[in-house]
Design a binder for this molecule. Structure first.
Ligand SMILES: [Zn+2]
Length: 499
């Protein structure tokens, strides 16, 4: 199966989209630097050691100094000598430069809590580069499996370092453990290299970085290709990560110039556009209606052209089966969390109901999030829970509607700006030099104030002209874009040039 990841940057957001055979099944949107600091490794300087408290305070360039509990970990301290080399010291003293990792991010007036027991989290293993330790997740219960995994992990360990086998290791084999251990050791080497030249306060490892997380979590999934749009720095970063993974390699990473509008070229754009829709068409003419409520997400399965009562049990069953696949995809794509209720089309045969339960549990297990499905009963309503990491994808796309006392949702400015950028990219790719955008006046003001298109205006669109014409009464999402190559453009009064 063709498995592709697309990375893009837009305004201050990072985007990662995953497609199987061209069908988008996962989309992660994240504000840059909004990520949790937990797991970040900093080069810090010891400000003071408080023997009475068994603790030290370390400056890491954050607003407040970080709290470092001392005690049994003291033997593992390493510091930098005058030449930037890492040396082991029996104790830490004021002024020492050391590597610390955030255990608890800063909150309110409290500084972050840090540790010198560094750990690099992988999908199946946690690597402890400076701790002589071997452990395994409690959630792996089978004694024989525990023993085998611990033995495999022990073989991968070098002196003075350690591993913790994570729950996900139970579903993989020895080869994956090896690939991941090599990967984590390589990451650790780059961290050490970066630390040598880093200044105090520099982050030398960011666990929550989106490309980093994607590379880690996709281990063993077999990635065919990684596309990076526009950003050279991002491309270099992903190449570096791919190089460290023997099952990926740098030749699988492709750079796509933004001008080519790769999201359109590879058919990703329309799928992202459909992501917000309440109704989702099914391949057999039926459709889903997905509603978010406070307590849960409700999904209604509809036959479309078939009317309920005349339908044969067999046909209904087939439609429900098609719906199951799409429900699992949508749950992953929208990153739906918590409780989900699915109102399937009524089936009278119990065997059919059981088959749907099984199919739903199986389809949901393809994603990384943990799901639990309850048997549907004779009302044909299924309940399942989905434990997600990260936020609801739609929160990036939708904002509470300011008109109907926030009962409904409207598209977020960021989402509309992404769509507008796509339309403009396409227009310029088609050979136009100028574009005229008719747009709601209020939205235009927010678009410019938010500087959503400033990177493009100053970069790839330097020689292009984008004119905005404010139209009152036009809904925010109903903007129109047209290309123009006339030497003299006829524009209405008040047309505004982008920046
Ligand atoms: Zn409304």
């Amino acid at each position: 199966m063709r498995k592709e990841w697309f990375f893009d940057k837009f305004c201050d957001a990072q985007i990662a989209v995953y497609a199987e055979e061209g069908v988008v099944t996962e989309a992660v949107f994240e504000q840059e630097n909004a990520a949790d600091l937990t797991g970040t490794i900093y080069k810090g300087r010891v400000c003071n050691v408080v023997p009475g408290m068994q603790a030290a305070f370390v400056s890491c360039g954050l607003e407040r100094n970080c709290y470092l509990p001392l005690g049994e970990g003291a033997a593992r301290f390493t510091s930098y000598d005058g030449e930037g080399n890492l040396v082991s010291v029996p104790d830490i003293r004021e002024g020492d430069e050391i590597l610390v990792q955030i255990v608890k991010p800063p909150r309110g007036t409290k500084g972050a809590k840090v540790t010198c027991d560094l750990s690099l989290v992988g999908k199946t293993l946690i690597y402890l580069p400076r701790t002589d330790f071997l452990g395994i997740s409690r959630k792996i219960a089978d004694p024989a499996l525990r023993e085998r995994l611990l033995k495999d992990a022990d073989k991968l360990r070098e002196e003075g370092a350690g591993f913790i086998v994570r729950t996900a290791a139970a579903a993989t084999d020895k080869r994956h453990l090896r690939i991941e251990s090599e990967y984590l050791k390589r990451v650790w080497r780059t961290v050490q290299q970066a630390a040598q030249t880093a200044s105090v306060g520099d982050a030398v490892y960011r666990e929550c970085d989106l490309p980093f997380r994607v590379m880690r979590d996709s281990l063993g999934d077999g990635v065919s290709r990684l596309y990076v749009v526009g950003d050279r720095d991002l491309y270099e970063k992903i190449v570096q990560l791919a190089r460290m993974r023997s099952d990926v390699g740098e030749r699988r990473v492709t750079f796509c110039p933004e001008e080519e509008n790769p999201f359109r070229k590879y058919g990703i754009a329309p799928q992202l556009r459909a992501l917000c829709s309440r109704t989702v068409p099914l391949s057999n003419g039926g459709y889903l209606v997905i509603d978010r409520t406070e307590a849960m997400t409700v999904i209604d399965v509809n036959t479309g052209k078939f009317t309920g009562e005349d339908s044969l049990e067999e046909t209904v069953f087939e439609t429900n089966l098609v719906a199951v696949k799409e429900i699992a995809r949508q749950a992953r794509l929208r990153n739906i969390g918590g409780l989900v209720a699915v109102d399937f089309i009524d089936m009278t045969e119990e065997a059919h109901r059981t088959a749907i339960d099984t199919a739903l549990a199986e389809a949901l297990s393809a994603g990384r999030a943990k799901c639990r499905v309850l048997p549907m009963g004779d009302m044909c309503v299924s309940l399942f829970t989905r434990k997600r990491t990260g936020g609801d994808t739609l929160d990036f796309f939708l904002a509470p509607c300011p008109h109907c006392t926030r009962q409904g949702y409207v598209y977020s400015d960021r989402y509309l700006a992404i769509i507008l950028r796509g339309d403009l990219l396409q227009l310029f790719a088609d050979g136009y030099e100028s574009a005229v955008v008719e747009i709601n006046g209020g939205f235009l003001k927010r678009l410019l104030a938010g500087r959503y298109l400033s990177a493009e205006a100053e970069g790839i669109w330097k020689d292009k002209r984008v004119y905005f014409v404010a139209r009152e009464g036009l809904a925010d999402e109903k903007f129109t874009v047209r290309g123009d190559n006339a030497p003299v453009l006829s524009l209405p009064d008040g047309a505004k040039l982008l920046y």
